[in-house]
Design a protein around this ligand. Structure first.
Ligand SMILES: *Cc1c(COP(=O)(O)O)cnc(C)c1O
Length: 489
């Protein structure tokens, strides 16, 4: 399997070659040159598989340059009941992503049972083991530099802690993360993890990461890498739980299901899109946004209009507070018939602060040849996408309603997914809402909605009392580069 760029101007690469990188050299995102396909017979064979077996079945089609036995060993050590142990009472950790039924045909697919109790652990834990494997083989090291306001940074640190060949330098805005998230990250005592609390806001942290990444000489000399949401292996790892959820909610391949996905950077739902392209019987992929509704606007109108920071809101589902959806380009590449010239044209506008409108763009029109006069946007239903947006008031209402009706406590992101799922659900089509974090991660909002504190998973009760290890630094690119240089191997 080779990977091509959505912008069509980079050479095709193997899975291992793109594993440690980010964007393709031409600025595009990598996708498989063709999607592997699972037949009805394949699905029947896979139906009884456990999570590890399914993960191997799916990922071996993508990571074709890793010997099968090695890939199997990496998967087997990643997806264990010990790592994904933070399950609800009554759920079985061995399921890795248990299905929790709220009522007939309405389920939560629980993806947040890993060490940082958010769904990013599903892919990041695999990435940690994959990184260690390829770096060991190549006799190399990597220094991961990132900026976080919460979930991504902690998930990356818990995935990379103690891995040989890997160091993590994670910038976060000093004093601006929740006490729980701060404690989760800063209590790590591993020598390869460096928490840098920057005197500034999240955008300052992100600007520093960008400045370092744009210094190509420094980046090369110091083996700087990233683990951002466009990483292909993260998307690939997320495909697996769509299969797991489908099999858990159905008993025959004749049945279809729909998934509702709390979305920010479009990484999670992009994995669902690919699962569907691979032959999984998915009826609808329901994209749920918060007040930052750039994706909902696209699926309603065909206009993709990224926002500036002044129009990006801080909400009570903060991990979905995005101004642009970094993985969205992958879907648009498929939507316009994999016409890389068209994608370049569209992102020319986006990368210059503009927008595009696919409702008035004829399909496959890079050379100006409309297909049946149809617009690219008119093709969206063929891909099963639907969307909706939520708000703070709706979020609170959903958390209350779910608690009162089912006795189940959900977090604010999952609440956005459930809100839109209820609007879009159809009779006789199971709706699976992806649970992207546990409520313990967002205590303040739970207290506001329910007037009580969420229960913390075992072992996290005293998190804020643990000793913390971090450096406070000015928002100064030079100083942070110097810090990295002195702490790399
Ligand atoms: C990252 C995150 C999301 C958004 O996922 P995307 O892949 O960026 O769309 C939703 N909920 C939670 C809790 C997250 O951490």
């Amino acid at each position: 399997m080779k990977y091509i760029s959505t912008r069509g101007q980079s050479p095709a690469q193997s899975f291992s070659e793109i594993l440690l990188g980010g964007l393709a050299p031409d600025g595009g995102l990598y996708l498989p040159e063709i999607y592997p396909h699972f037949s009805d017979a394949d699905l029947t064979r896979m139906r009884g598989m456990n999570y590890r077996e399914l993960a191997f079945e799916v990922l071996s089609r993508f990571a074709t340059d890793i010997p099968a036995d090695d890939l199997k060993a990496i998967i087997d050590k990643t997806y264990t009941a010990e790592v994904y142990c933070n399950v609800r009472d009554g759920e079985n950790a061995a399921d890795i992503t248990p299905l929790h039924t709220l009522e007939p045909n309405l389920h939560l697919l629980c993806l947040s049972n890993g060490p940082t109790i958010a769904f990013k652990d599903m892919a990041m834990q695999l990435l940690g083991n994959l990184f260690e494997y390829v770096l060991d083989k190549a006799g190399q090291g990597i220094n991961i530099l990132g900026a976080t306001s919460g979930d991504t940074g902690s998930s990356a640190e818990y995935a990379m802690r103690g891995k040989h060949g890997v160091k993590v330098f994670m910038l976060s805005p000093h004093g601006k993360m929740s006490r729980f998230q701060t404690a989760q990250m800063f209590s790590l005592q591993d020598e390869n993890i460096f928490n840098i609390a920057v005197k500034g806001v999240f955008d300052d942290c992100q600007d520093i990461v960008k400045a370092v990444s744009n210094d190509h000489a420094f980046k090369k000399a110091n083996h700087i890498g990233a683990v951002n949401s466009i990483n292909w292996a993260r998307v690939a790892a997320q495909i697996v739980y769509y299969f797991k959820g489908y099999f858990a909610a159905t008993d025959s391949n004749d049945q279809q299901v729909s998934f509702a996905v709390p979305s920010g950077n479009f990484g999670n739902v992009c994995a669902g899109h690919i699962a569907r392209m691979m032959g999984l019987p998915i009826k609808h992929l329901v994209v749920a946004t918060n007040e930052n509704d750039v994706l909902d606007e696209f699926f309603r109108t065909g206009v993709y209009r990224p926002r500036g920071s002044a129009n990006t809101y801080h909400t009570s589902s903060p991990s979905m507070d995005i101004s642009k959806a970094s993985n969205f380009e992958r879907f648009v590449f498929d939507l316009v018939g994999r016409d890389a010239g068209k994608v370049r044209e569209l992102w020319d506008a986006v990368d210059n602060g503009g927008a595009f409108d696919l409702a008035s763009t004829p399909f496959g029109s890079a050379q100006g040849k409309p297909l049946n006069g149809q617009s690219a946007f008119a093709k969206v239903p063929e891909f099963g996408f639907q969307s909706g947006a939520s708000s703070h008031a709706k979020r609170m209402e959903m958390i209350r309603q779910t608690w009162e009706t089912y006795g189940v406590m959900i977090d604010t992101h999952t609440a956005d997914g459930l809100k839109v799922a209820l609007e879009k659900r159809e009779d006789d089509v199971p709706m699976l809402v992806l649970e992207t974090a546990l409520p313990a991660k967002f205590e303040d909002s739970i207290r506001e909605a329910l007037g009580c504190d969420p229960v913390r998973p075992a072992g996290m009760e005293e998190l804020e009392d643990l000793p913390q290890r971090y450096e406070v630094m000015e928002a100064d690119v030079m100083a942070i580069k110097q810090f990295i240089v002195t702490h790399t191997a």
